[in-house]
Design a protein around this ligand. Structure first.
Ligand code: GLA
Length: 500
Protein backbone atom coordinates (compact mmCIF):
# COMPACT_ATOMS: atom_id res chain seq x y z
CA UNK A 1 0.00 0.00 0.00
CA UNK A 2 1.32 3.43 -0.93
CA UNK A 3 0.87 6.23 1.58
CA UNK A 4 -1.94 8.72 0.71
CA UNK A 5 0.53 11.55 0.05
CA UNK A 6 2.23 9.49 -2.69
CA UNK A 7 -1.12 8.69 -4.37
CA UNK A 8 -2.06 12.40 -4.30
CA UNK A 9 1.28 13.32 -5.83
CA UNK A 10 0.76 10.77 -8.60
CA UNK A 11 -2.72 12.16 -9.33
CA UNK A 12 -1.42 15.72 -9.48
CA UNK A 13 1.33 14.64 -11.77
CA UNK A 14 -1.02 12.94 -14.27
CA UNK A 15 -1.65 16.02 -16.49
CA UNK A 16 2.10 16.38 -17.07
CA UNK A 17 2.56 12.77 -18.10
CA UNK A 18 -0.60 12.98 -20.20
CA UNK A 19 0.54 16.05 -22.14
CA UNK A 20 0.11 14.88 -25.68
CA UNK A 21 -1.44 16.16 -28.88
CA UNK A 22 -4.93 14.86 -28.18
CA UNK A 23 -7.46 17.64 -28.61
CA UNK A 24 -9.41 19.63 -31.18
CA UNK A 25 -7.01 22.37 -32.25
CA UNK A 26 -8.31 25.43 -34.07
CA UNK A 27 -6.39 27.89 -36.23
CA UNK A 28 -8.36 31.06 -36.89
CA UNK A 29 -7.53 32.24 -40.33
CA UNK A 30 -8.50 35.93 -40.47
CA UNK A 31 -9.31 37.38 -43.89
CA UNK A 32 -8.66 41.01 -44.82
CA UNK A 33 -12.41 41.79 -44.88
CA UNK A 34 -12.79 41.03 -41.17
CA UNK A 35 -14.45 37.66 -41.69
CA UNK A 36 -12.61 34.52 -40.73
CA UNK A 37 -12.41 30.83 -41.43
CA UNK A 38 -11.04 28.23 -39.08
CA UNK A 39 -8.91 25.20 -39.76
CA UNK A 40 -9.35 22.40 -37.22
CA UNK A 41 -6.97 19.58 -36.38
CA UNK A 42 -8.87 17.07 -34.30
CA UNK A 43 -6.06 14.84 -33.03
CA UNK A 44 -5.92 11.63 -30.99
CA UNK A 45 -2.51 10.50 -29.88
CA UNK A 46 -1.81 6.94 -28.77
CA UNK A 47 1.90 6.38 -28.18
CA UNK A 48 3.57 7.74 -31.30
CA UNK A 49 0.50 7.17 -33.50
CA UNK A 50 -1.80 10.08 -34.30
CA UNK A 51 -5.28 9.64 -35.76
CA UNK A 52 -8.25 11.97 -36.21
CA UNK A 53 -9.42 14.47 -38.81
CA UNK A 54 -8.45 17.80 -40.32
CA UNK A 55 -11.05 20.32 -41.50
CA UNK A 56 -9.97 22.99 -43.96
CA UNK A 57 -12.77 25.21 -45.38
CA UNK A 58 -15.39 22.77 -46.71
CA UNK A 59 -13.11 19.73 -46.64
CA UNK A 60 -12.71 17.10 -43.94
CA UNK A 61 -9.62 14.96 -44.28
CA UNK A 62 -9.14 11.71 -42.40
CA UNK A 63 -5.65 11.41 -40.96
CA UNK A 64 -4.19 8.40 -42.74
CA UNK A 65 -0.59 8.81 -41.59
CA UNK A 66 0.22 10.48 -38.29
CA UNK A 67 3.32 9.98 -36.19
CA UNK A 68 5.32 11.69 -33.48
CA UNK A 69 4.45 13.49 -30.28
CA UNK A 70 4.54 16.88 -28.58
CA UNK A 71 8.16 17.50 -29.58
CA UNK A 72 7.52 16.98 -33.27
CA UNK A 73 4.90 15.29 -35.43
CA UNK A 74 3.81 14.87 -39.04
CA UNK A 75 0.31 14.25 -40.37
CA UNK A 76 -1.16 13.35 -43.73
CA UNK A 77 -4.89 13.84 -44.26
CA UNK A 78 -6.76 12.27 -47.16
CA UNK A 79 -10.23 12.72 -48.64
CA UNK A 80 -11.97 11.53 -51.77
CA UNK A 81 -13.43 14.22 -54.03
CA UNK A 82 -15.44 12.10 -56.44
CA UNK A 83 -12.86 9.67 -57.71
CA UNK A 84 -9.88 11.98 -56.96
CA UNK A 85 -7.95 11.76 -53.75
CA UNK A 86 -7.00 15.07 -52.10
CA UNK A 87 -4.22 15.13 -49.52
CA UNK A 88 -2.94 17.67 -46.99
CA UNK A 89 0.23 17.41 -44.92
CA UNK A 90 1.07 19.14 -41.64
CA UNK A 91 4.08 19.13 -39.34
CA UNK A 92 4.40 20.76 -35.95
CA UNK A 93 5.06 20.60 -32.23
CA UNK A 94 3.45 21.55 -28.93
CA UNK A 95 4.79 24.77 -27.39
CA UNK A 96 3.22 25.36 -23.96
CA UNK A 97 -0.52 25.26 -24.62
CA UNK A 98 -0.17 26.20 -28.29
CA UNK A 99 0.17 23.86 -31.21
CA UNK A 100 2.62 25.27 -33.73
CA UNK A 101 1.86 23.80 -37.15
CA UNK A 102 3.08 24.31 -40.68
CA UNK A 103 1.70 23.25 -44.04
CA UNK A 104 2.13 23.94 -47.73
CA UNK A 105 -0.70 24.94 -50.06
CA UNK A 106 1.02 22.89 -52.78
CA UNK A 107 3.88 20.40 -52.44
CA UNK A 108 6.36 22.88 -53.94
CA UNK A 109 5.14 26.09 -52.27
CA UNK A 110 6.58 27.66 -49.13
CA UNK A 111 5.74 26.46 -45.61
CA UNK A 112 2.93 28.43 -43.94
CA UNK A 113 3.35 28.65 -40.15
CA UNK A 114 0.25 28.74 -37.94
CA UNK A 115 -0.60 28.68 -34.25
CA UNK A 116 -3.53 26.60 -33.04
CA UNK A 117 -5.39 26.68 -29.73
CA UNK A 118 -7.81 24.18 -28.23
CA UNK A 119 -11.32 24.75 -29.62
CA UNK A 120 -14.48 24.79 -27.47
CA UNK A 121 -16.04 21.32 -27.16
CA UNK A 122 -17.80 20.11 -30.28
CA UNK A 123 -16.64 22.94 -32.52
CA UNK A 124 -15.13 21.97 -35.84
CA UNK A 125 -15.13 18.28 -35.12
CA UNK A 126 -16.14 15.92 -37.89
CA UNK A 127 -19.92 16.04 -37.45
CA UNK A 128 -21.87 12.90 -36.72
CA UNK A 129 -23.74 11.67 -39.77
CA UNK A 130 -27.43 12.51 -39.60
CA UNK A 131 -29.35 9.83 -41.47
CA UNK A 132 -31.03 11.28 -44.58
CA UNK A 133 -34.85 11.28 -44.40
CA UNK A 134 -37.06 8.80 -46.22
CA UNK A 135 -37.93 10.11 -49.67
CA UNK A 136 -41.32 11.69 -50.21
CA UNK A 137 -42.64 14.34 -52.60
CA UNK A 138 -42.33 17.94 -51.45
CA UNK A 139 -45.34 19.89 -52.80
CA UNK A 140 -44.66 22.60 -55.39
CA UNK A 141 -44.37 26.06 -53.79
CA UNK A 142 -46.07 27.82 -56.70
CA UNK A 143 -43.02 30.00 -57.51
CA UNK A 144 -40.93 30.54 -60.65
CA UNK A 145 -43.73 30.01 -63.15
CA UNK A 146 -41.21 31.50 -65.58
CA UNK A 147 -37.42 31.26 -65.16
CA UNK A 148 -36.15 33.44 -62.28
CA UNK A 149 -34.52 36.74 -63.29
CA UNK A 150 -32.21 38.81 -61.14
CA UNK A 151 -28.63 39.36 -60.10
CA UNK A 152 -26.19 37.25 -58.10
CA UNK A 153 -23.02 38.48 -56.41
CA UNK A 154 -20.69 35.57 -57.07
CA UNK A 155 -19.40 35.97 -60.63
CA UNK A 156 -18.17 39.51 -60.15
CA UNK A 157 -17.64 39.90 -56.41
CA UNK A 158 -17.04 36.41 -54.96
CA UNK A 159 -16.02 37.07 -51.33
CA UNK A 160 -16.03 40.85 -51.77
CA UNK A 161 -19.80 41.21 -51.54
CA UNK A 162 -21.17 43.25 -48.63
CA UNK A 163 -24.23 45.16 -47.47
CA UNK A 164 -23.23 48.36 -49.29
CA UNK A 165 -22.65 46.55 -52.59
CA UNK A 166 -25.98 44.74 -52.35
CA UNK A 167 -27.88 47.96 -51.61
CA UNK A 168 -26.26 49.75 -54.52
CA UNK A 169 -26.98 46.84 -56.82
CA UNK A 170 -30.67 46.96 -55.83
CA UNK A 171 -30.67 50.70 -56.42
CA UNK A 172 -29.09 50.19 -59.85
CA UNK A 173 -31.51 47.44 -60.88
CA UNK A 174 -34.50 49.48 -59.80
CA UNK A 175 -33.44 52.52 -61.82
CA UNK A 176 -31.46 51.36 -64.87
CA UNK A 177 -34.28 49.62 -66.71
CA UNK A 178 -33.53 46.09 -65.55
CA UNK A 179 -36.41 45.95 -63.10
CA UNK A 180 -38.78 47.17 -65.81
CA UNK A 181 -37.41 44.50 -68.13
CA UNK A 182 -38.32 41.78 -65.59
CA UNK A 183 -35.29 41.40 -63.30
CA UNK A 184 -36.44 40.87 -59.76
CA UNK A 185 -34.06 39.06 -57.42
CA UNK A 186 -30.93 40.48 -55.76
CA UNK A 187 -29.09 37.38 -54.58
CA UNK A 188 -26.27 37.27 -52.05
CA UNK A 189 -24.03 34.29 -52.74
CA UNK A 190 -21.45 32.72 -50.42
CA UNK A 191 -19.43 34.54 -47.70
CA UNK A 192 -22.16 36.33 -45.69
CA UNK A 193 -22.18 33.75 -42.90
CA UNK A 194 -20.60 33.95 -39.45
CA UNK A 195 -20.97 31.22 -36.82
CA UNK A 196 -24.05 30.19 -34.84
CA UNK A 197 -25.17 31.78 -31.59
CA UNK A 198 -25.78 29.78 -28.43
CA UNK A 199 -29.28 28.82 -29.62
CA UNK A 200 -27.82 27.56 -32.88
CA UNK A 201 -29.13 30.48 -34.95
CA UNK A 202 -27.01 31.38 -37.94
CA UNK A 203 -25.50 34.86 -37.68
CA UNK A 204 -24.10 37.21 -40.31
CA UNK A 205 -20.51 38.37 -40.42
CA UNK A 206 -19.20 41.93 -40.33
CA UNK A 207 -19.96 42.52 -43.99
CA UNK A 208 -23.73 42.16 -43.34
CA UNK A 209 -24.51 43.97 -40.09
CA UNK A 210 -28.30 43.61 -40.37
CA UNK A 211 -29.79 41.18 -42.86
CA UNK A 212 -33.39 42.09 -42.02
CA UNK A 213 -32.70 45.79 -42.65
CA UNK A 214 -30.99 44.89 -45.92
CA UNK A 215 -33.97 42.77 -47.02
CA UNK A 216 -36.32 45.63 -46.10
CA UNK A 217 -34.22 47.97 -48.23
CA UNK A 218 -34.26 45.64 -51.25
CA UNK A 219 -38.03 45.19 -50.85
CA UNK A 220 -38.47 48.96 -50.67
CA UNK A 221 -37.07 49.08 -54.21
CA UNK A 222 -39.79 46.74 -55.37
CA UNK A 223 -37.30 43.85 -55.64
CA UNK A 224 -36.77 40.54 -53.87
CA UNK A 225 -33.71 39.23 -52.05
CA UNK A 226 -31.92 35.89 -52.13
CA UNK A 227 -29.38 34.17 -49.95
CA UNK A 228 -27.06 31.15 -50.12
CA UNK A 229 -26.24 28.13 -47.96
CA UNK A 230 -25.14 24.50 -48.08
CA UNK A 231 -26.66 21.25 -46.83
CA UNK A 232 -23.20 20.47 -45.44
CA UNK A 233 -21.53 21.89 -42.35
CA UNK A 234 -19.63 24.28 -44.63
CA UNK A 235 -20.21 26.21 -47.82
CA UNK A 236 -17.83 26.04 -50.77
CA UNK A 237 -15.92 29.04 -49.49
CA UNK A 238 -15.67 27.42 -46.05
CA UNK A 239 -18.33 29.43 -44.21
CA UNK A 240 -21.05 27.97 -41.98
CA UNK A 241 -23.58 25.71 -43.74
CA UNK A 242 -27.06 24.55 -42.68
CA UNK A 243 -26.17 20.96 -41.70
CA UNK A 244 -28.48 19.86 -38.87
CA UNK A 245 -30.07 23.34 -38.76
CA UNK A 246 -32.24 23.21 -41.87
CA UNK A 247 -35.57 24.15 -40.27
CA UNK A 248 -33.98 26.71 -38.02
CA UNK A 249 -32.21 28.37 -40.93
CA UNK A 250 -35.33 28.38 -43.10
CA UNK A 251 -37.18 30.12 -40.24
CA UNK A 252 -34.34 32.64 -39.92
CA UNK A 253 -34.44 33.37 -43.65
CA UNK A 254 -38.21 33.86 -43.46
CA UNK A 255 -37.85 36.19 -40.47
CA UNK A 256 -35.26 38.23 -42.34
CA UNK A 257 -37.57 38.46 -45.37
CA UNK A 258 -35.56 36.28 -47.75
CA UNK A 259 -37.29 35.27 -51.00
CA UNK A 260 -34.78 32.91 -52.66
CA UNK A 261 -32.30 30.29 -51.47
CA UNK A 262 -29.40 28.88 -53.48
CA UNK A 263 -28.40 25.65 -51.75
CA UNK A 264 -24.94 24.46 -52.67
CA UNK A 265 -23.84 20.85 -52.12
CA UNK A 266 -20.13 21.50 -51.41
CA UNK A 267 -19.61 20.70 -47.70
CA UNK A 268 -22.22 17.91 -47.81
CA UNK A 269 -19.98 15.73 -49.96
CA UNK A 270 -17.95 14.87 -46.87
CA UNK A 271 -20.95 13.26 -45.25
CA UNK A 272 -23.30 12.01 -47.94
CA UNK A 273 -23.00 10.18 -51.23
CA UNK A 274 -24.37 11.56 -54.48
CA UNK A 275 -27.17 8.99 -54.29
CA UNK A 276 -28.33 10.57 -51.02
CA UNK A 277 -28.63 14.04 -52.54
CA UNK A 278 -32.34 13.82 -53.17
CA UNK A 279 -33.11 13.05 -49.53
CA UNK A 280 -30.71 15.73 -48.32
CA UNK A 281 -32.19 18.40 -50.63
CA UNK A 282 -35.69 17.28 -49.67
CA UNK A 283 -34.93 18.26 -46.08
CA UNK A 284 -34.45 21.92 -46.97
CA UNK A 285 -37.34 21.77 -49.46
CA UNK A 286 -39.64 20.77 -46.59
CA UNK A 287 -38.07 23.34 -44.28
CA UNK A 288 -38.64 26.19 -46.76
CA UNK A 289 -42.26 25.18 -47.30
CA UNK A 290 -43.00 25.37 -43.58
CA UNK A 291 -40.91 28.51 -43.00
CA UNK A 292 -43.93 30.77 -43.30
CA UNK A 293 -42.65 32.62 -46.38
CA UNK A 294 -42.59 31.72 -50.07
CA UNK A 295 -38.91 31.09 -50.79
CA UNK A 296 -37.73 30.10 -54.26
CA UNK A 297 -35.55 27.00 -53.96
CA UNK A 298 -32.53 26.79 -56.25
CA UNK A 299 -30.43 23.62 -56.10
CA UNK A 300 -26.74 23.87 -56.79
CA UNK A 301 -25.01 20.50 -57.06
CA UNK A 302 -23.51 20.89 -60.53
CA UNK A 303 -25.91 18.51 -62.28
CA UNK A 304 -24.79 15.44 -60.36
CA UNK A 305 -26.99 12.39 -59.93
CA UNK A 306 -29.30 13.46 -62.82
CA UNK A 307 -30.83 16.17 -60.63
CA UNK A 308 -33.37 17.10 -63.34
CA UNK A 309 -35.08 13.77 -62.68
CA UNK A 310 -35.74 14.50 -59.00
CA UNK A 311 -35.37 18.31 -58.66
CA UNK A 312 -39.15 18.92 -58.68
CA UNK A 313 -39.68 16.11 -56.13
CA UNK A 314 -37.67 18.01 -53.49
CA UNK A 315 -39.51 21.25 -54.17
CA UNK A 316 -36.71 22.64 -56.36
CA UNK A 317 -37.57 25.55 -58.66
CA UNK A 318 -34.24 25.35 -60.49
CA UNK A 319 -31.20 23.12 -60.46
CA UNK A 320 -27.73 23.69 -61.77
CA UNK A 321 -26.93 21.34 -64.62
CA UNK A 322 -23.16 21.90 -64.82
CA UNK A 323 -20.04 23.02 -62.98
CA UNK A 324 -19.23 26.71 -62.53
CA UNK A 325 -19.27 29.05 -65.50
CA UNK A 326 -16.30 31.34 -66.17
CA UNK A 327 -16.21 34.57 -68.15
CA UNK A 328 -14.74 32.98 -71.29
CA UNK A 329 -16.13 31.97 -74.66
CA UNK A 330 -14.95 28.40 -74.10
CA UNK A 331 -16.59 27.99 -70.73
CA UNK A 332 -19.86 29.66 -71.74
CA UNK A 333 -20.27 27.71 -75.00
CA UNK A 334 -19.21 24.40 -73.49
CA UNK A 335 -21.99 24.79 -70.96
CA UNK A 336 -24.65 26.42 -73.13
CA UNK A 337 -24.40 24.19 -76.17
CA UNK A 338 -24.39 21.00 -74.05
CA UNK A 339 -27.92 21.45 -72.70
CA UNK A 340 -29.87 20.01 -75.63
CA UNK A 341 -30.84 16.69 -74.10
CA UNK A 342 -32.13 18.21 -70.89
CA UNK A 343 -34.96 20.03 -72.64
CA UNK A 344 -37.65 17.59 -71.55
CA UNK A 345 -37.02 18.34 -67.87
CA UNK A 346 -37.78 22.07 -67.96
CA UNK A 347 -41.30 23.22 -67.13
CA UNK A 348 -43.04 26.12 -65.41
CA UNK A 349 -41.90 26.10 -61.77
CA UNK A 350 -38.89 23.85 -62.46
CA UNK A 351 -35.92 24.93 -64.57
CA UNK A 352 -32.60 23.61 -65.76
CA UNK A 353 -29.96 26.13 -64.67
CA UNK A 354 -26.76 26.26 -66.75
CA UNK A 355 -25.36 28.80 -64.23
CA UNK A 356 -25.40 32.56 -63.95
CA UNK A 357 -24.67 35.09 -66.67
CA UNK A 358 -21.19 36.48 -67.22
CA UNK A 359 -22.48 39.26 -69.51
CA UNK A 360 -20.54 42.46 -68.90
CA UNK A 361 -17.69 40.97 -66.88
CA UNK A 362 -15.15 41.75 -69.59
CA UNK A 363 -13.91 38.35 -70.72
CA UNK A 364 -16.00 38.14 -73.91
CA UNK A 365 -16.89 40.41 -76.83
CA UNK A 366 -20.31 42.03 -77.17
CA UNK A 367 -21.21 39.50 -79.88
CA UNK A 368 -20.22 36.67 -77.56
CA UNK A 369 -22.36 38.14 -74.80
CA UNK A 370 -25.30 38.37 -77.27
CA UNK A 371 -24.76 34.65 -77.93
CA UNK A 372 -24.77 34.05 -74.15
CA UNK A 373 -28.05 35.97 -73.65
CA UNK A 374 -29.73 34.38 -76.69
CA UNK A 375 -28.70 30.84 -75.82
CA UNK A 376 -29.76 31.13 -72.17
CA UNK A 377 -33.12 32.52 -73.30
CA UNK A 378 -33.65 29.70 -75.78
CA UNK A 379 -32.78 27.30 -72.95
CA UNK A 380 -35.44 28.90 -70.71
CA UNK A 381 -32.63 29.33 -68.20
CA UNK A 382 -32.69 31.53 -65.11
CA UNK A 383 -31.33 34.94 -66.12
CA UNK A 384 -29.15 35.99 -63.22
CA UNK A 385 -26.87 38.82 -64.21
CA UNK A 386 -23.42 38.45 -62.66
CA UNK A 387 -21.82 41.80 -63.44
CA UNK A 388 -21.51 45.13 -61.66
CA UNK A 389 -24.89 46.69 -62.34
CA UNK A 390 -23.69 50.13 -61.23
CA UNK A 391 -21.16 50.33 -63.91
CA UNK A 392 -21.76 48.85 -67.35
CA UNK A 393 -21.59 50.05 -70.93
CA UNK A 394 -24.82 50.99 -72.71
CA UNK A 395 -24.28 47.96 -74.98
CA UNK A 396 -24.11 45.56 -72.04
CA UNK A 397 -27.23 47.09 -70.51
CA UNK A 398 -28.95 46.79 -73.86
CA UNK A 399 -27.96 43.10 -74.11
CA UNK A 400 -29.26 42.37 -70.62
CA UNK A 401 -32.49 44.27 -71.14
CA UNK A 402 -33.41 43.20 -74.67
CA UNK A 403 -37.09 42.66 -73.99
CA UNK A 404 -37.73 40.70 -77.15
CA UNK A 405 -35.07 38.17 -76.19
CA UNK A 406 -36.22 38.16 -72.56
CA UNK A 407 -39.76 37.41 -73.78
CA UNK A 408 -38.40 34.22 -75.34
CA UNK A 409 -36.87 33.17 -72.02
CA UNK A 410 -40.01 34.10 -70.11
CA UNK A 411 -42.53 32.52 -72.49
CA UNK A 412 -45.39 31.20 -70.39
CA UNK A 413 -45.37 27.71 -71.91
CA UNK A 414 -41.95 27.18 -70.29
CA UNK A 415 -40.55 24.93 -73.03
CA UNK A 416 -36.79 24.64 -73.35
CA UNK A 417 -35.32 24.97 -76.86
CA UNK A 418 -33.39 22.30 -78.72
CA UNK A 419 -30.75 22.07 -81.40
CA UNK A 420 -32.41 21.18 -84.70
CA UNK A 421 -29.40 21.43 -87.02
CA UNK A 422 -25.64 21.51 -86.84
CA UNK A 423 -23.16 21.94 -89.63
CA UNK A 424 -19.56 22.62 -88.71
CA UNK A 425 -19.59 25.69 -86.47
CA UNK A 426 -23.17 26.61 -87.37
CA UNK A 427 -25.97 25.53 -85.06
CA UNK A 428 -29.68 26.21 -85.29
CA UNK A 429 -31.70 26.05 -82.07
CA UNK A 430 -35.46 26.36 -81.80
CA UNK A 431 -37.68 27.07 -78.80
CA UNK A 432 -41.43 26.50 -79.08
CA UNK A 433 -43.35 29.53 -77.77
CA UNK A 434 -46.96 29.97 -76.76
CA UNK A 435 -49.66 30.26 -79.43
CA UNK A 436 -47.62 28.30 -81.93
CA UNK A 437 -44.81 30.84 -82.29
CA UNK A 438 -41.15 29.77 -82.31
CA UNK A 439 -37.86 31.39 -81.40
CA UNK A 440 -34.91 30.53 -83.63
CA UNK A 441 -31.24 31.01 -82.77
CA UNK A 442 -28.76 30.83 -85.63
CA UNK A 443 -25.45 30.51 -83.83
CA UNK A 444 -21.98 30.78 -85.35
CA UNK A 445 -19.44 29.14 -83.05
CA UNK A 446 -16.64 29.86 -85.54
CA UNK A 447 -14.15 32.71 -85.44
CA UNK A 448 -15.16 34.26 -88.80
CA UNK A 449 -18.55 35.49 -90.06
CA UNK A 450 -20.42 32.65 -91.77
CA UNK A 451 -23.62 32.14 -93.69
CA UNK A 452 -26.22 30.16 -91.80
CA UNK A 453 -29.47 28.72 -93.13
CA UNK A 454 -32.70 27.52 -91.60
CA UNK A 455 -35.15 25.42 -93.62
CA UNK A 456 -38.80 25.99 -92.80
CA UNK A 457 -39.51 22.30 -93.34
CA UNK A 458 -37.11 21.50 -90.44
CA UNK A 459 -39.46 23.51 -88.23
CA UNK A 460 -42.52 21.63 -89.40
CA UNK A 461 -43.65 24.52 -91.64
CA UNK A 462 -44.84 24.03 -95.23
CA UNK A 463 -44.22 27.65 -96.21
CA UNK A 464 -42.29 30.62 -94.89
CA UNK A 465 -43.86 32.06 -91.71
CA UNK A 466 -46.14 35.05 -92.14
CA UNK A 467 -44.57 36.96 -89.26
CA UNK A 468 -40.86 37.08 -88.53
CA UNK A 469 -38.88 39.43 -86.36
CA UNK A 470 -35.15 39.84 -85.85
CA UNK A 471 -34.84 40.14 -82.06
CA UNK A 472 -31.43 41.86 -81.99
CA UNK A 473 -32.03 44.19 -84.94
CA UNK A 474 -35.56 44.87 -83.63
CA UNK A 475 -36.97 44.75 -87.14
CA UNK A 476 -39.62 42.77 -88.98
CA UNK A 477 -38.49 40.48 -91.78
CA UNK A 478 -40.32 39.69 -94.96
CA UNK A 479 -39.64 36.05 -95.61
CA UNK A 480 -40.44 33.93 -98.62
CA UNK A 481 -39.15 30.69 -100.11
CA UNK A 482 -38.21 27.45 -98.42
CA UNK A 483 -35.41 28.73 -96.21
CA UNK A 484 -33.80 31.76 -94.63
CA UNK A 485 -30.08 32.48 -95.00
CA UNK A 486 -28.15 35.13 -93.16
CA UNK A 487 -24.54 35.96 -92.36
CA UNK A 488 -23.90 35.47 -88.65
CA UNK A 489 -21.03 37.38 -87.00
CA UNK A 490 -18.03 35.46 -85.61
CA UNK A 491 -19.05 33.88 -82.26
CA UNK A 492 -22.36 35.64 -82.80
CA UNK A 493 -26.05 34.97 -83.23
CA UNK A 494 -29.07 35.97 -85.28
CA UNK A 495 -32.22 35.43 -83.29
CA UNK A 496 -35.70 35.36 -84.78
CA UNK A 497 -39.25 35.01 -83.56
CA UNK A 498 -41.60 33.55 -86.10
CA UNK A 499 -45.35 33.08 -86.05
CA UNK A 500 -47.78 31.69 -88.60
C1 GLA B 1 -19.87 26.98 -55.95
C2 GLA B 1 -21.05 27.41 -56.81
C3 GLA B 1 -20.84 28.84 -57.25
C4 GLA B 1 -20.71 29.73 -56.02
C5 GLA B 1 -19.59 29.25 -55.13
C6 GLA B 1 -19.54 29.98 -53.81
O1 GLA B 1 -18.69 26.94 -56.67
O2 GLA B 1 -21.21 26.56 -57.91
O3 GLA B 1 -21.92 29.26 -58.06
O4 GLA B 1 -21.92 29.74 -55.33
O5 GLA B 1 -19.72 27.87 -54.85
O6 GLA B 1 -18.57 29.50 -52.94
Amino acid sequence: MKPLSVVLLMLLAVPCFAADLTGNWAVRDPLPDGTFRTTYLDLHQEGSRITGSIRVTQFYYKIVEGAGGPDGFTLTGSMMDGTNERRVKYEGKLVGDELHVATRRRPDSELIQMVAHLAPPGEGAYPARLPPPVIHKVPYNGLAKTPPMGWNSWNKFAGRVDDTAVRSMAEAMATNGMKDAGYQYINIDDTWEASRDLQGNITTNKKFPDMKALADYVHSKGLKIGIYSSPGPNTCAGYEGSYGHEEQDARTYAAWGIDYLKYDWCGARNIYTDQEMQAVYQKMGDALLTSGRPILYSLCQYGRDDVWKWGPEVGGNAWRTTGDIRDTWDSMTKIGFSQDELAAWAAPGHWNDPDMLEIGNGGMTDDEYRTHMSLWSILAAPLLAGNDLRNMTPTILEILTNREVIAVDQDKDGKQGRRIAKSGDQEVWVKPLSEGAQAIGLFNRGGTPEKSTVNWSDLGLKTAPAHARDLWAHSDLNLGGAEYSVTVPAHGVVMLRIAK
